[in-house]
Design a protein around this ligand. Structure first.
Ligand code: FAD
Ligand code: FES
Length: 356
């Protein structure tokens, strides 16, 4: 990292303005925009600091930046074309740079550290576990957010989205849906039962994925363990009697990869407006009993809520990076503005060019 920085580093400090808050700070030679913002006490949104989580995404309004790692690992082509950058990977090139962060900054509790222990694991599919943790004290969060988990065997925390709706008084029992990643340090240990009795450091809440206010129709897409934050968000919205049309598309490979269907049914039953659930299978054998949709989940958006003016809709997506990129492309193609598309990409170390 030092080498990259000294290659890109400039001699004079550069000035950065952050809209809409009006904060201003200097970026000394060799520092990223995020490093300089935090050093100056500017509460710039961030989490991983290595270009994988997308929390520091902002829109470049004036000036140019050099990228330490390709923004395309985390941002979609549409976002890059619209001028979005990652502050933790950006070195300003010009004397003045102006960036804009999301104006509806999430009013979430500040992250804190907790001690978590593994209470139970339950198989949801052949490669997804429901992981139940108990905490030393209750945690408060906003539906859609995630927590960082760490223990001595891994250098860097892993992010896992809360699968439950939040509780006003906080929750001290938490569920997560964790997919096994072959060769993955954390998930291999978890699936091999090595985390039983190991105290885990849980830090959170993190993230800005949440339900944005209004009465816009909601197009939600989940893939794999990406079901967790969407169940949290939708269950919370159901409990709060949110009244807006909702299409929920769930992408899986085969019938054996579908799970959480009872919970989805309960949300659908209690939803205050139209609710359409559309599971889509990409690798179901042609001669199976499946009568539902087949193909890529992102190709079925218009089928789910026909007659909707998508220019007025909002998109909510969680899951594998490829699915999110395809979803952003499909949603923008049918007229949804980029600003109305919200997501958490479940990136892992294989998506980053720069490891700490
Ligand atoms: C905001 C957010 C929320 C998330 N929520 C969830 C969730 O709810 N559920 C869930 O299952 N996942 C979630 N994830 C993903 C999760 O954080 C982990 O990345 C994932 O579980 C893999 O962790 P791991 O330690 O098992 O794998 P890692 O050790 O990170 O390895 C992942 C893969 O990368 C390879 N790899 C490791 N190092 C390198 C390298 N240097 N270069 C190239 N390849 C490498 C490994 O061999 C493996 O195949 C989320 C991610 C984000 C960013
Ligand atoms: S803090 Fe920049 S991508 Fe995570």
């Amino acid at each position: 990292m030092g080498l990259f920085k000294s290659l890109f580093g400039q001699k004079e400090a550069k000035l950065v303005n952050v809209a809409p808050f009006g904060s201003q700070f200097e970026v000394p030679s060799g520092q990223t925009m995020l490093e300089a913002a935090l050093a100056a006490g500017v509460p710039f949104p961030h989490n991983c600091t290595v270009g994988t989580c997308g929390s520091c995404k902002c829109k470049l309004k004036t000036g140019r930046v050099n990228a330490l790692t390709d923004f395309g690992y985390t941002l979609s082509q549409q976002e890059i074309a619209a001028g979005f950058i990652l502050a933790c990977q950006a070195i300003p090139r010009d004397a003045l740079t102006e960036v804009e962060v999301e104006s509806q900054a999430l009013d979430a509790p500040a992250p804190e550290g907790f001690v978590a222990t593994l209470a139970e694991t339950t198989s949801l599919t052949h490669d997804i576990l429901r992981v139940t943790l108990t905490l030393d004290r209750p945690i408060k969060f906003v539906a859609g957010q995630y927590a960082n988990l760490k223990y001595p065997n891994i250098r860097r925390a892993r992010n896992y989205s809360f699968a439950d709706a939040p509780d006003r008084d906080g929750r001290s029992t938490l569920n997560f849906f964790v997919r096994k990643v072959p060769g993955g340090a954390f998930t291999e240990d978890l699936f091999a039962g090595k985390l039983a009795g190991v105290p885990l450091d849980l830090e959170g809440p993190h993230g800005s994925f949440h339900l944005h206010p209004g009465d816009a129709p909601m197009i939600c897409i989940a893939g794999g363990s990406g079901l967790a934050p969407l169940l949290s968000l939708l269950e919370d919205a159901r409990k709060n009697r949110v009244k807006r049309p909702c299409a929920f598309l769930f992408g899986a490979r085969t019938q054996a990869d579908l799970y959480g269907l009872d919970q989805i049914q309960q949300i659908a039953n209690g939803w205050a407006d139209q609710f359409v659930f559309l599971p889509v299978l990409s690798h179901e054998p042609a001669d199976s009993s499946w009568k539902g949709a087949r193909g890529l989940v992102t190709q079925f958006i218009t089928d789910a809520l026909p007659g909707t003016d998508f220019a007025t809709a909002q998109g909510y997506m969680c899951g594998p990076p490829g699915m999110i990129d395809a979803g952003i492309a499909s949603m923008t193609e049918i007229g949804m503005p980029l600003e109305a598309i919200f997501y958490d990409k479940f990136t892992d170390e294989s998506h980053s060019a720069k490891m700490p």
